[in-house]
Design a protein around this ligand. Sequence first.
Ligand SMILES: C[S@@+](CC[C@H](N)C(=O)[O-])C[C@H]1O[C@@H](n2cnc3c(N)ncnc32)[C@H](O)[C@@H]1O
Length: 248
Amino acid sequence: MDIPRIYNITESAHRIHNPFTPEKYATLGRVLRLKPETRVLDLGSGSGEMLCTWARDYKITGTGIDMSQLFSEQAILRAQDLGVADQVNFIHGDAAGYVAVEKVGVAACVGATWIGGGVAGTIELLAKSLSPEGIILIGEPYWLQLPPSEDVAKGCCANSISDFLVLPELIASFGDLGYDVVEMVLADQEGWDRYEAAKWLTMRNWLKENPDDDFAKEVRAQLTSEPKRYATYTRAYLGWGVFALMAR
Ligand SMILES: C[S@@+](CC[C@H](N)C(=O)[O-])C[C@H]1O[C@@H](n2cnc3c(N)ncnc32)[C@H](O)[C@@H]1O
């Protein structure tokens, strides 16, 4: 079981697999006023940076589930490096349908809401693991400005304009689902650049090391086209943020 190989190649050197920087994750942990020993569940935990740094800085405990074998292994190593291996647990697996045995204070899905079939389904899934008065975290893209055409939306790697909302509508949609938005931390362009541009050097290095790999043609094509695509579309049209929600 694994995610498509292209992500394991292009994001192999990432600690954070979304447009957040380490500072943004630290801010998010701080503004949530996390208490020591708060249990945190993270569906699509990537290389574990959120759980590992919050375990170090805010003394939380946590479980992360991720479908990438590579990212899951990196998460375990990161926990060891930060000295928090006894506080966090990483499971390699499909998080679809995952419900924690013990209820958690924070249930998160930060950049992988397809796991629950979209934002509403993911909130419903996370709610099954949540203690009363617990906080749900949803990391999700939104349109900075509405794309003028479906082609522009596709340039942003969306299937269609309707995949995402503009920020006020996204926030309103959480209310429509019966949740208060109690905090939010939004990515900035530096975070987007770190997420997207960091893939380019990784691809370049990978091509040097794997010139005869079956995937070399695909990686070469991405390295050639991605910088311009990103600057033309994603950088101009897409925002991203993490929204903290509490049931009304
Ligand atoms: C955009 S990344 C976000 C990762 C992480 N939350 C972070 O902040 O670095 C999406 C993650 O979801 C994982 N993923 C994709 N489908 C999944 C599934 N069905 N179950 C568990 N993880 C999944 C990917 O491997 C990837 O690590």
